[in-house]
Design a protein around this ligand. Structure first.
Ligand SMILES: NC(=O)C1=CN([C@@H]2O[C@H](COP(=O)(O)OP(=O)(O)OC[C@H]3O[C@@H](n4cnc5c(N)ncnc54)[C@H](OP(=O)(O)O)[C@@H]3O)[C@@H](O)[C@H]2O)C=CC1
Ligand SMILES: [Cu+2]
Length: 493
């Protein structure tokens, strides 16, 4: 942590803040590690300046119009931050943040190229694709090629100005740092930790392209799982509308809640199955390869990497399904779940009549709802621990237990919830539809609920096959490092 130091400022006294003058010359002395310059006076520059000033740094912001910028108007903390010309700011410190729009970065510094020599220039920009130079994959590399005597580092671009300004120990705290000069990167990392963030060296400057690309994708790693959810949801919805409302003549008034509820539930369980199926398919690929040291095919690799997102989306959908279920849980919608009880009522002519009413759940209703609640609880634990903010507080053993073992129990509980829902219909063999089937004939179940359970059941079956001996032993051996072709290769070597 950098020691708080005497802050000097030149400029107007705002809101009665007493001006502290030192006899240091802020322009000529640049080797002081507690001095930082920021080029730009916008949202990012102000947020970073505020944070640095709070931590005792001497901060100067370089502007095109220094006389027109008064940062103290935004925040009292910024009263200690001086606004100077870009050139003066470049001289103020060895560490210079470039908080400028990407297309303006190089143009702003070009007139002062000589002043950039030996400076650590931190590019925080998030350029649009159209702003990138044709031959460059990132703005940071363009800055580096334009100012070869400077040490360019990419950092802070994945953090919002809001988080920089307001983080008091929670929220996103990781700052990715990329650069070719280790001393320069180390300077940026030290400053990052000194102001309360966690620096992570992301790689060399060429990795800036990845850091910049991260900010161009609205949903990042969530994009494909979200699209997949939308596709699965639409497919189930189309099927159920066709089956229930178009050819089945079901009431359209039941579409927004009753039909939609089933579709949301079916999408949730499909996503959950896809989340766990990836591990099963990976197991088969490892058996075929006879080793765990071979890279998975690209599609499987991407699938494995989106398991967290698939699981969390499934949890969100399951929660919505639960609320929708509770919202219309009544004998009208679920007649088979209730006992018929006769209660006496006074008839019109003064005589008592016994009227059948339904208010008590039969075991069918109890078991479906009970199992649904259990599944949702397990799913919440698995989903929440898959978030890095929660998972990072657990030991690997705890994390694996929840993600793998409890995860599979969740899938089984969810499948059981659905099977309990549709099993009574199978037992009735079509009688619920009012059909009289000849002996031995089975009414085919064409409900969406039935189809939606096939993938989860297959996933559970696959995981069982892969877990039980002898296949389970074989996979364990491979996962412990054994290789089928090891001895042959060793002999050849
Ligand atoms: N805001 C955020 O949350 C984040 C921003 N960033 C990156 O930080 C950089 C700055 O963003 P932000 O502070 O939001 O942007 P702003 O538009 O708020 O500020 C940019 C500043 O750059 C200076 N500037 C110099 N030349 C130009 C020019 N030609 N056009 C416009 N401004 C110019 C201006 O200062 P002056 O007029 O005093 O010269 C201006 O205040 C961007 O590259 C952005 O991608 C990265 C992560 C988060
Ligand atoms: Cu359900």
């Amino acid at each position: 942590m950098v020691e708080p130091m005497e802050i000097y400022r030149i400029g107007e006294i705002k809101n009665g803040v007493k001006e502290r003058q030192t006899n240091k010359d802020p322009v000529t002395s640049t080797s002081d590690g507690s001095r930082v310059s920021i080029i730009g006076t916008g949202n990012f520059a102000r947020a970073l300046a505020k944070r640095l000033a709070r931590n005792g740094y001497s901060v100067v912001c370089g502007s095109r119009y220094p006389n027109r910028r008064n940062l103290a108007l935004y925040d009292d903390t910024l009263a200690d931050v001086r606004v100077t010309s870009v050139e003066t700011a470049l001289h103020h410190a060895d560490l210079v943040f470039l908080a400028l729009p990407a297309p303006a970065t190089v143009n702003t510094l070009t007139p002062f190229t000589e002043s950039t020599a030996e400076k650590v220039l931190v590019d925080v920009s998030n350029p649009e694709k159209k702003d990138l130079q044709k031959t460059m994959s990132s703005n940071a590399e363009f800055v580096a090629s334009s100012f070869p005597k400077a040490y360019v580092v990419k950092a802070f671009n994945t953090m919002s100005a809001y988080a920089i300004e307001n983080d008091y120990g929670s929220g996103v705290r990781t700052v990715y740092v990329a650069g070719d000069d280790e001393a320069a990167c180390s300077k940026v990392r030290d400053l990052t930790s000194a102001i309360g963030f966690i620096p992570v060296q992301f790689g060399r400057l060429s990795k800036s392209a990845e850091l910049e690309a991260m900010q161009r994708e609205l949903f990042g790693s969530w994009t494909v799982p979200l699209i997949l959810s939308a596709v699965v949801f639409t497919a189930w919805l189309a099927y159920d509308i066709w089956r229930i409302h178009i050819i089945g003549g079901g009431q359209w008034a039941r579409l927004p809640l009753s039909t939609m509820n089933k579709v949301v539930g079916a999408t949730a369980i499909t996503q959950l199955a896809l989340c766990f199926l990836a591990g099963g398919v990976a197991g088969i690929v490892q058996i075929i390869n006879g080793t765990k040291h071979k890279r998975f095919p690209g599609w499987l690799d991407r699938w494995m990497k989106m398991r967290k997102e698939l699981g969390v989306l499934s949890l969100c959908l399951a929660a919505v399904h639960c609320i929708m279920c509770l919202a219309h849980l009544s004998p009208e919608y679920y007649p088979g779940w209730y006992h018929v009880t006769r209660v006496p009522l006074m008839g019109a002519n003064g005589t008592m009549v016994m009227v059948p009413v339904k208010y008590e759940h039969k075991w069918e209703g109890q078991s479906v709802i009970g199992m649904g609640v259990v599944a949702l609880c397990f799913m919440s634990v698995v989903g929440l621990t898959s978030l890095p903010e929660v998972g990072s507080h657990m030991t690997f053993l705890q994390w694996r237990f929840i993600q793998s073992y409890l995860g599979h129990v969740t899938l089984v509980a969810t499948a059981a919830h659905v099977v309990l829902k549709i099993a009574p219909k199978w037992a009735n063999n079509g009688r619920h539809l009012g059909h009289k089937l000849p002996p031995g004939m089975v009414e085919p179940d064409t409900t969406m609920t039935f189809f939606s359970i096939l993938l989860p059941l297959f996933t559970i079956f696959l995981r069982l096959v892969l877990a039980l001996p002898p296949i389970g032993w074989y996979i364990d051996k491979i996962r412990a490092g054994w290789e089928r072709n090891q001895s042959k290769d060793d002999v050849q070597a």
